[in-house]
Design a protein around this ligand. Structure first.
Ligand SMILES: NC(=O)c1ccc[n+]([C@@H]2O[C@H](COP(=O)([O-])OP(=O)(O)OC[C@H]3O[C@@H](n4cnc5c(N)ncnc54)[C@H](O)[C@@H]3O)[C@@H](O)[C@H]2O)c1
Length: 349
């Protein structure tokens, strides 16, 4: 069985190749790596593949999925949790198997969200640069003690819960919003609707998936409801935030800080070196000019443990497909979508 891997980086080769070698139960799988991301321009690279493997910024809209189907591809393996970039309805209609890696070290992402909060809040990134220039002044580095602050958690799934656990350990008060509340959050805090939660929180962290119902959940109205000077953290998906309005809220100083691991237009930039390019995304470039904005290139998942788990789960999903046995991570099955949420995810950029 030939598996063509798109958007492949050296670490994908290392972990997928390494895990395949270590799994004596998975045989006759050939891995072919392409650095290119999947799009209409590159879909021909899948021409003799049985299955393809993609990541967060590959495009799997209707034309691409139809082209994959015509090329004989029968399985799409997502080596990530989010599937907002896949037109599941088209895949299901064409009988293409789609599976994701629903959980790979949720703690990895949660810990990164906390790292962003602490960096943004205590300004350690500015301190690092200053000390390299032998500037030991503390002016401008004033932060806030997290103990006793109120933290808003939007989405209490696997990552939101892991995040809540850590913030509770800091001595924070937690409020959460999720249309599907869970008892698992009870030890950490209380649920509230967004209108109640936003005005009370000193920090708000986004952990819900990108869907029609959550696109721009952070917009002019919700930003206005946030407490003056509150900080916003997004390690989930860029499309949750309306970038224009967040820039306006930063300019007016209503929003006290912004930390992003994900960005709405990241597909054109993230995971590649553009240091010699003229970046055309003016909103992203504007964001980089604020002293209280911190941007990372979608790396919250990026730990050894998570990459091992992603590789293992992806290859197990392929093996389940090959053996025609039920796959617990399948997102579609013939004639029936398996996604349970109230609305299907939408494609980003
Ligand atoms: N930055 C990264 O590297 C990285 C890595 C993995 C996942 N993610 C993102 O994190 C998201 C969360 O992952 P997870 O594993 O916790 O998913 P999950 O499915 O376990 O949890 C998502 C939660 O969001 C809730 N939700 C749905 N609609 C909502 C709404 N309108 N408002 C608030 N909550 C809502 C769901 O009920 C669920 O409890 C993923 O969708 C993905 O986009 C990012």
């Amino acid at each position: 069985m030939k598996l063509v891997i798109f958007s492949a980086k050296p670490y994908d080769k290392l972990y997928l190749g390494g895990v395949l070698k270590s799994r004596s139960d998975i045989t006759s799988v050939e891995l072919v790596f392409h650095e290119f991301s999947l799009s209409q321009d590159t879909v021909s690279l899948a021409h003799d593949a049985d299955a393809i493997c993609v990541f967060v910024n590959d495009t799997l809209d209707t034309p691409v999925i139809e082209a994959l189907h015509s090329a004989g591809v029968r399985a799409i393996l997502l080596r990530c949790a989010g599937f907002n970039n896949v037109d599941l309805k088209t895949a299901e209609k064409l009988g293409i198997f789609v599976a994701n890696v629903p959980s790979y070290s949720p703690e990895a992402v949660a810990e990164f969200a906390v790292a962003l909060i602490q960096t943004l809040n205590r300004k350690t990134h500015h301190a690092f640069n200053r000390v390299r220039e032998r500037n030991f002044s503390l002016d401008g580095l004033l932060g806030r003690t997290l103990h006793g602050k109120t933290i808003g958690v939007i989405g209490t799934g696997k990552i939101g819960l892991a995040f809540a656990r850590i913030m509770k350990g800091f001595g924070c008060r937690l409020l959460a919003f999720d249309p599907y509340p869970t008892d698992a959050f009870k030890p950490y805090g209380e649920y509230a609707d967004l209108d109640t939660l936003l005005p009370q929180c000193d920090f708000v962290s986004l952990h819900c998936p990108l869907m029609e119902s959550t696109r721009h959940i952070i917009n002019e109205k919700s930003l206005a409801k946030m407490k003056q000077g509150a900080m916003l953290v997004n390690t989930s998906r860029g499309g949750l935030i309306d970038t224009k309005t967040v820039i306006a809220a930063l300019k007016s100083r209503h929003l006290g800080g912004l930390a992003l691991d994900v960005y709405d237009g990241e597909g054109a930039l993230f995971y590649n070196d553009h240091s010699g390019d003229i970046i055309q995304d003016d909103e992203l470039m504007r964001l980089t000019t604020f002293p209280n904005v911190l941007i990372c290139g979608h790396q919250a998942f990026f730990t050894e443990e998570a990459l091992t788990e992603i590789a293992n789960c992806t290859l197990q999903n392929l093996e389940d497909f090959r053996r025609k046995v039920p796959c617990k991570n399948s997102l579609v099955r013939e004639g029936h979508l398996l996604v349970k949420r109230e609305s299907l995810p939408v494609r980003t950029v």
